[in-house]
Design a protein around this ligand. Sequence first.
Ligand code: F6R
Length: 243
Amino acid sequence: MRVKIVKDYKAISEAAADVVEAALKGKPDLVLGLATGSTPLGMYEELIKRHQGGMDFSKATTFNLDEYFGLSSDHQASYHYYMEEQLFRHINIDPANTYIPNGINPDPMEECKNYETQMKTAGGIDLQILGIGTNGHIGFNEPGAPFGGTTSLVDLAQETVNANARFFQKLDEVPRQAISMGIKSIMNCAEIVLLANGAHKADAVSQALLGPVTEKLPASVLQLHPNCLFIIDEAAAAKLPIT
Ligand code: F6R
């Protein structure tokens, strides 16, 4: 696992956009895995700017990590809505090539199976962008999620519900379940870039990088991935021993 420590959030966003840009240049029909939440917002802003300067997404395909269970794509807190607002409507990606689990499929098991099939049919994810929860989750794979898990309907940890309440009017409106790619689905991606900023992520980052590889800290599995880069700012790196 490689770690790039940069000064601040802006530098994370630019470094992450550099990785996406290089991947897209090397493979215009890139299959790109995307995350939501606060962390990748700056990277999306940067990608939009670069698209305005000519970066071409017309042949790319995207797969998002997760979607809240029970939220339709027009719900303002859904990840469908987020992706549309924060990226898709600003770039030249073909909407038919943007995949996000359908949070209102009445048969979530079928949805999960289809999502895995769609990823396989697309040839697998070339580059996956991840954030990290304060409890070490990746996607919505909460502590205890099996390393062998594929896309499934998962329960959100109370810590995650609390952390994500900022996107809703009231705490009770936060869905308690989500459809999320599993740890195995994430580990199958050819390249992974995890982004983290802020002092509140420092514990999770240091445990993911230096702690034991354990299902109790889902991101620790990334120590076993052959091509994974953490791009973190100084605040998120504060608990790492710097040589
Ligand atoms: C989002 C996702 C989550 C977030 C994580 C960090 O699609 O899968 O794992 O990346 O909860 O969220 P933020 O960036 O809001 O701190």
